[in-house]
Structure formats: C-alpha cells, structure tokens
Write a protein that binds this ligand. Sequence first.
Ligand code: TXE
Length: 489
Amino acid sequence: MTATPKRYAHFIDNRAAEAGDGGTIPVMDPSTGEIFAEIARGSAAEINRAVTSARLAYDGASVADGAWGRFSALERGRVLRRWADAVDAHAEELAQLESRDTGKPLRQARADAAALARYFEFYSGAADKLHGQTLPYQAGYTVFTVREPHGVTGHIIPWNYPMQIFGRSVGAALAAGNACVVKPAEDACLSLLRAAELAAGCGLPAGALNIVTGLGPEAGQALAEHPGIDHISFTGSTVTGKRVAQAAAEHHCPVTLELGGKSPQIVFADADLETALPVLVNAIIQNAGQTCSAGSRVLVERPIYDAVLERLAEKFRALVAGPASADLDLGPLISPRQLQRVGAYLHEARAQQIHVLAQGSIASDAPAGGCYQVPVLLADVPAGHRLAQEEIFGPVLAVTPFTSEVDAVRIANGTPYGLIAGVWTGDGARQMRLARVLRAGQVFINNYGAGGGVELPFGGVKASGYGREKGFEALYGFTTLKTVAVRHG
Ligand code: TXE
C-alpha cells in the first residue's frame, strides 16, 4: 500500500502557512517515480503576504520587536552562525530530504548540506566586515559612502542545487541586512522549507525569511512583478531569466541573473592527463550533468585527440546511473520533462550522425519509474552544432578537436554563453594568456570547479547572466551604495 503523501506548507512569518485557493502540487521521487509528498501551490496572494511580512521585519522599530532591519551587523552575523551550526547538526536529515526530492546521489546531497552550512558560516563572518569608504573631495568637505541593504529581496531558486543556491543567495542577502522572500523550484523545495524552520529556532525574527512554494509562471512571476521587492536574484534558464528581468524592470528593480552555460575545458598536448581525465568526466556527470557550470564541452589539441577520446570512452563505459540511495556514479534526472529534453538532443545527435563514441549504463535494479539517462560521450562534434552550443543539462559530453591556441580560444568563446572555463596545460605563459582572453566569469587552470567554491565570486557574461553570487563580492550585489557629502568648512 502506498503511504499518503506528506503535505508541506509555505513558510511565512516563521510559521507554516497552509495552501490557499491554489491547492497543492505533487512531489515526485525521481529515483522511483513515486509521489511521496505535496507542496502548496502559491499564487500572487501568498507572495503578497510574504512580501508584507518581510517589509514589516525590515521596517520594524526595534530589535526587541524582532525588526531584522534594526539588527546590527554583528547580531546578524551571530544569527547566521547559529543557523550554520543548526544546519550542520541536521545535515544528514537535510541530505536525505534533498536526495529523495532531486534524485541526487547521497554523497552529493551530503556535500550540498555541508555547503549550505558553510555559506552561512562564511556570511556570518562577513556581515560586520562590509563597509564604505571615505573619499577625497573639495577642501572643507568630508565625504563617505555607506553600504545599505536593498530592503526586501526576492530569490528565485532552481531545482538542481536547492541548498547550495539558497545558501549563497539568502546567506549573503541576510548578512547584508535584507529581508527575503524565496520562491524555490516546484521540482525541489523540501530541504529549504526544513532549513527555514531551523532558522526560526536560531533567532532569525519572523518575516526576515519567507518561502512561498509554487509554479514559476504563477508564484515566480508574481514575485518578479511585485512592486514591494527591491532586488531579485534569479538562477535558472536564459529564457526565464529574461522574463524575470523584464518584469522587474517594470518597477525599477535590480536583478542578478545566473543562467547556466556551455562551459569548455581546453586540453593542450602538454597537459597532465592523469590529473585531467577524472576531472573532465566528473565535471559532466556530477549531478547527472544538471549543473550550471558543468564542463559540457571538452576541446582537445589534435596530437593527443585520439588518445584522450579513447581514455574518456573507457571511463564513460564504466559509469553507472541508479537510484539516489545507491550512491552510484550518477542518479536520475530531476523529472520526466528533463529526461525528455535531454533525450531530444540525443535523438538529434543520432539522426545527424554525430559520433556516439561511448555510453554508460543504468543499474539493472533501478526502478522502472525513475528518470534515468545513461551518460553519453559524443566525439567530433562540430563547434557550431547545437550539441556544442546549447545547454543540454544532462550527462552528455561533446568533444571537439582544435589545432592551435588561437583555434581553441575561438571555439571556447564561440557560444552564446560565458559562465566558466577550464584550461589544462603545463605552459605558464599560455595559462596566463588564456586566463585573460577566455570570456567567462571564472577560469580554472589545471583544475575545474563545477559548482564549488563558497569564497569564489561566481556568475557569467553574455547569455550566462550578470552580477555575481558567492564570496564577499555577493555582498556588494545585495547592498546599494549611498554617498554622504558633509560641508563643514
Ligand atoms: O528552468 P526555469 P527549468 C536550465 C537548464 C534546464 C532549463 C529549463 O538548461 O534544462 O533551464 O529548466 C522559476 N517567473 N537551467 O524549466 O524555468 C521556476 O519555478 C518567475 C539552468 O526548470 O528557468 C524555478 O524556480 N520565475 C539552471 C526557476 O524559475 C519563474 C538551473 C528556474 O526555472 C518563471 C535550472 C517565471 N515566469 C535550469 N518561470 C542553472 N543556471 O543552474 C519559471 N520560474
């Protein structure tokens, strides 16, 4: 007999807020296809309640009354520090929840829970180190700048790394003094609702953090359009990001967009292949390829092209996908929709005689209802082909040869995206040249940091978006700068 799905409410004003007229949305376990929970389907009404709650917390009169906007930087940091400890103490529970909700292997979900705590730890320490400057001006003046929170910030989170993306976004926004309204992805939000409950027990006052679950075109769109939102941070697809930015522009609301990519790893003939090869494979199978900074293109210098392909093929044939709880090389994709999307790209590859050099397998005991996609290695993919240009968001690696450094840079920069890039070479001068000419928000030399690096500013150029998350830099994005000029004679 199937258990009754557990019901999850919105989180508004530090309490569970039941679904309104919109009803609920079923939550599927991608490893099995089983519906095991349901979430509230929020609408403009719940978004409005959450924004009102956040506004009260931000504008309130005193710390004693729970006015987050009045907390000192030190006090905000201390709340975040306690939240980091609470997340650590509940890391296994959060990881189990995330793993079931998204299908990601348990070890990845555990790493994500650790990253969530680490974001809060990082921003707890950063809160009271964010300050303005004094500026030289005319005689008789003192001029200084003050960094102030925007006020109420909106956070639209995708389903691929809910805990990590929530942590980097909400951690920085709260540290800077904002009150937050979060719209997680309909496909994965359970860990965030639990993390919010933990925050309430750590001294985060009511209204400082609200979560409204629901569909993108409903709750998400309502959040982007709400005139009470002072800043929006969005991570997701390029198409939706554009829509969010347009809605925000209607009320002069600044936006940070992180929109994924088609990130290249460039392997020169002098590369240390023993180090590079496992990284090349991991960068595309981590989270089943559903990573914004997945290394989804590998460019290989001609003299070592065949040898590298052979070694990659050997590794791909050994990869096994299976249920999240089995903790294999990769789990299922998030949903039948995503499976269908990736399948359409592979169908096109086969129809157009793109060389499918190798593929992995699906564990024989993987449940039939799961969203499993075998990892696929595509060789000789022309640089201009859709498979080398578009974000597939699945475990599909496109390999392309190049003949010279100039050729490599042209191919690497030749997509609409520019999120991150990797370079593998022992030549120091070449390392520096490529670090400068690659159009990307992050460049990794002889390593590759898909999704990692709490301390490292992260974001893209071109269709990968604008603004920076993570690191200290994110705090600038979650604040606005005021200049004060005092004429004293
Ligand atoms: O993304 P959406 P989807 C890419 C990846 C994937 C594709 C589609 O290529 O295959 O996007 O995924 C909310 N107003 N990435 O459809 O639509 C939605 O509810 C406001 C890259 O899931 O961008 C969810 O919370 N919000 C990526 C979030 O936007 C709206 C991560 C992302 O959903 C909305 C995920 C609207 N009109 C997908 N419509 C990355 N950068 O890591 C949807 N949303």
